[in-house]
Design a binder for this molecule. Structure first.
Ligand code: IMP
Ligand code: MG
Length: 191
């Protein structure tokens, strides 16, 4: 066919892979095993609370790997600002509305902890709603970026202060669907 555009391949925008699919699956197994270990009573409700949108891929893999019974729910939060800087002013865009908060052990499922402001705010918010207990599972942690005192209970792996995409994480809403975590080529930011 004449004049056919070369098919766009988002993988071509990646400079290099930081964490491969296989490595991610090992991190998922590690976090799932720790959660199974820490919540041994199957009769107590455990809610996996996925924070949209970045955590959706981690959530999908984690909920398939955890062996004990879980319930799932979703919240959507935004911090003002876009691009590669998160400002830390948290807005709740989608809330949970449940009548059984006092019967719930909650594990918040988060893609990455950066400044820590989102998780610090959200854990306090859910405590105020009356949850029995709240922990946070994050696939990635950038401890060097912390602006507030916050530590996740379960961490896949700590990374350096570099902007990453893939496995749910975006740059301006793109690259979430990549099955691995990578670093963008510098020219992508100037396009
Ligand atoms: P925090 O409140 O600064 O900890 O913000 C965490 C949120 O910032 C994450 O849920 C991501 O949406 C976003 N974020 C932080 N670092 C990155 C990154 O390297 N790539 C993509 N999104 C990131
Ligand atoms: Mg984001």
């Amino acid at each position: 066919m004449e004049n056919q555009n070369k098919m766009y391949n988002i993988n071509d925008d990646i400079a290099y892979t930081m964490i491969s699919e296989e490595e991610i699956q090992a991190l998922v197994k590690k976090v799932a095993a720790a959660i199974d270990h820490d919540y041994p009573d199957p009769h107590k409700k455990l809610l996996l609370l996925c924070i949209l949108k970045g955590s959706v891929v981690f959530m999908g893999d984690l909920m398939k790997t955890i062996k004990r019974p879980v319930e799932i729910d979703f919240m959507k939060v935004s911090s003002y600002g876009s691009g590669t800087v998160s400002s830390g002013n948290v807005n709740i865009l989608l809330d949970i509305h449940r009548g059984d908060m006092q019967d719930l052990d909650i594990v918040i499922i988060e893609d990455i902890i950066d400044s820590g402001k989102t998780m610090k705010y959200l854990t306090q918010y859910l405590k105020n709603k009356g949850a029995r207990s709240i922990r946070v599972a994050a696939l990635l942690d950038k401890p060097s970026r912390r602006k507030v005192d916050f530590e996740a209970d379960y961490i896949g792996v700590e990374i350096e202060d570099e902007f990453v995409v893939g496995y749910g994480l975006d740059y301006d809403e793109r690259y979430r669907a990549l099955p691995y975590i990578g670093i963008l080529k510098p020219e992508v930011y100037t396009k």
